[in-house]
Structures are given as structure tokens and as C-alpha cells.
Design a protein around this ligand. Structure first.
Ligand SMILES: [Zn+2]
Length: 369
């Protein structure tokens, strides 16, 4: 109960009490009258002496009230304490609006589509169109519409960046497309139950460590360097245009949220990011941000290197003291709570997810996955 309401109720109570008191104090007068009336009535006195009779009429209470009222000044309170203001209605949260998709030209015939919080590389030639992950049905529809604004040529190749189900859906929107994925994709699609209820593509072509695709006269390279985010992590690279595409490997000045680190091989991610950061790059497309400045990649290379250095130093120290690798095992219980990398504390998700990164890097170093 808020203060105003309490005051209002207190005011109301005061009024009620005053009225009740008024009623109580005036009650005796009319009550006395009936006894007086018969007494005077019985003697057969002329009505003149029976003038006390008026009291039985309700009038006295009506006239009594005004005499009480002045002392019952609490009556004003209703006006003195303004009626309780109604609580302002809770502010409606602004309705969520999906940012409109964007198609940004990065080089001649090469675009970055960003929509539904996901990135796709789009490479357009006269007789072929390649794109990367299309994610899901509505996003794939949007991508198709945006591509149709640039070319009449249908999408002919979809290169998947890894096997995660939030990336591989929606390919049915492009019935003419050949689906290419690193060979571990198919293994995941075959093994996991979710494939039976999810939107999982029919993979047409697989590769082991490297595949080159020509889109018109443009070279698109697919590189597999071991697991990173998932088991089929593929890096897409256009050497002439100096454009690299990775998915779920890093985000600009943000830690991958703790909910999504369990299938991320941290040592592998560090290796892949270090490797591609040595390539000539004008644009680095990541899965979930509009920006393509390679500086986002370079900052994450530093982050993964610093995390690796700090965790591996602790592992080496503990193992050395114990005389064997087993000595690092207790670090699982302590290091995630004690290790800090202050220079990344202002990155998004640091507070919630850094301990999980320490744990995952420790596991990756200790177990190799
Ligand atoms: Zn992923």
C-alpha cells in the first residue's frame, strides 16, 4: 500500500469515525424523545405541552449533524488529502522491430547481406550466384528477395560455414542450389536426433580440408583447419577481393555468451583466428554483426591469445608443482573464479561469460577439444 493510499484511507476512516461519533452522540436525543412523548401524551395535556414531541421526528438528527460537523472538521480531509492519484500505467516496452536487411557492396559483384541478425556473403556472376549460411526459412526468403534486386540469376551454390542448426536451415528456399559443407557436417546431421525435427539440408558436396569454387571469374576458397565453432568449421576466403567469412568464431568486442561455448573448441578457435589474421584482409565478415572491419578480428585474436596464455600458464605451473599433468585438474574448480583479464572487462558478456571461457579454454588445453 502506498503512502497516498494510506493517507486517503486514514482520511476516510476519520470521516467515518466522525460520522459514527455524530450518529452515536445524537442518537440519545431522539431516543429520549419517545419516552418523553408518551409521558406527556398520557396526561391528556393539550398538545401545546406536548411540544417536546417534535424530537421524535428525524429533524433533530438532521439539525444535530451541523452542530457536530464543526467539531467533525475531519470532513474536509477528502478535499485536504487529494484523491489518491492512480498509479501511472506501466510503460509499455517498445514493440520489437527487426532491423531492415541490408545488402552492402564490398567489391565488384560481392556483397554482404545482413538481416535477421545474421550475415551471408553473396557472390554474383552472370551464370552463378554463391551465398553462405541462409539460417532459416524467413531469413532465406528475405535474402532471396534482396539478391533478386541485383540479379535475375538464381542462387546456385550455398556454402555452409559449420553444422549448427541455427545456420543451416532455409536452404529449401533455393531449390536450384548445390549445398556444400565440410564432411563433418553430414556426420552431425546423421547422428543428431534434432535433425529429424529441424530444418536440415540435403548436402550435395562435401570436402575434407580445402575446396575451391569458381563463381564466374571469382575464386571462392573453403578452408577447413580443424574444429572451431563446431566440428565442421569452414573459413570462406576470396583472395583477390581480400574478404574472409567466419561464423560464430568471434563478435566485435564481445565474448561469445556462455550458453554457446560448449561446442566451441577454444584452442582450435584461437588457431583459426590467428591463421586468418595473417591473410590480406579488407573485410572480415562474422556471423552476427553488420561491421566487416578486420580490426574486430584482430582484437579477438588478441583476446584468445591472452586467454590462452593466462590459462596455459596456470596449467603449466600446477602441473609442474604436482609433477604431472594431473596436477592441473583441480584448476577446474578454482581458475574460472579467480582468473581475470582486466583489459577485456568492458567487452559485452565479460561479466556473465568470462568464467565459462576460462573453463572452456582449460578443457580445450587439457583435453585437446
Ligand atoms: Zn555456431
Amino acid at each position: 500500500m502506498n503512502g497516498k493510499l494510506k493517507l486517503a484511507l486514514a482520511g476516510c476512516c476519520a470521516v467515518l469515525l466522525a460520522l459514527a461519533l455524530a450518529a452515536c452522540t445524537t442518537q440519545p436525543e431522539p431516543a429520549a424523545a419517545p419516552t418523553a412523548a408518551p409521558a406527556t401524551a398520557l396526561p391528556t395535556e393539550p398538545p401545546a405541552t406536548a411540544t417536546p414531541v417534535p424530537p421524535p421526528t428525524p429533524a433533530p438528527t438532521a439539525t444535530a449533524a451541523p452542530t457536530i460537523a464543526p467539531t467533525a472538521t475531519p470532513v474536509p480531509p477528502p478535499t485536504a488529502t487529494p484523491a489518491p492519484e492512480p498509479e501511472p500505467p506501466a510503460e509499455e516496452p517498445p514493440a520489437f522491430q527487426m532491423p531492415p536487411p541490408t545488402m552492402t557492396r564490398l567489391a565488384d559483384g560481392v556483397y554482404h547481406y545482413f538481416g535477421f541478425f545474421g550475415s551471408s556473403l553473396v557472390v554474383i556472376a552472370d551464370d552463378a550466384v554463391l551465398t553462405t549460411d541462409v539460417y532459416n526459412f524467413p531469413r532465406a526468403q528475405s535474402l532471396k528477395e534482396e539478391i533478386a534486386k541485383i540479379t535475375d540469376t538464381p542462387v546456385s551454390i550455398i556454402a555452409l560455414t559449420h553444422e549448427h542448426y541455427d545456420h543451416v536451415g532455409g536452404t529449401g528456399v533455393f531449390p536450384d542450389a548445390t549445398i556444400v559443407c565440410q564432411q563433418n557436417c553430414q556426420q552431425a546431421f546423421d547422428l543428431f536426433m534434432v535433425a529429424e525435427v529441424g530444418d536440415v539440408p540435403e548436402v550435395d558436396e562435401t570436402f575434407d580440408t580445402y575446396q575451391e569454387i569458381m563463381v564466374g571469374d571469382k575464386v571462392v576458397e573453403l578452408h577447413y583447419m580443424g574444429p572451431g565453432d563446431g566440428e565442421a568449421t569452414t573459413v570462406v576466403y576470396m583472395p583477390e577481393e581480400q574478404i574472409v567469412v567466419t561464423s560464430d568464431m568471434y563478435e566485435p568486442r564481445a565474448l561469445t555468451h556462455k550458453n554457446w561455448v560448449h561446442d566451441k573448441n577454444f584452442v582450435g578457435t584461437r588457431y583459426i583466428l590467428n591463421t586468418i589474421s595473417e591473410w590480406d584482409l579488407k573485410h572480415a565478415i562474422n556471423a552476427h554483426s553488420l561491421g566487416t572491419d578486420p580490426v574486430d578480428l584482430y582484437e579477438n585474436v588478441d583476446y584468445y591469445n591472452d586467454l590462452y596464455d593466462a590459462v596455459s600458464a596456470a596449467v603449466v605451473e600446477a602441473a609442474t608443482q604436482a609433477g604431472g599433468a594431473f596436477g592441473a585438474y583441480p584448476l577446474y574448480d578454482t581458475l574460472p573464479q579467480t582468473l581475470e583479464l582486466e583489459q577485456y572487462q568492458d567487452w559485452t558478456n565479460y561479466d556473465t561469460s568470462f568464467p565459462s571461457h576460462v573453463e572452456r579454454m582449460l578443457l580445450s588445453i587439457y583435453h585437446g577439444d
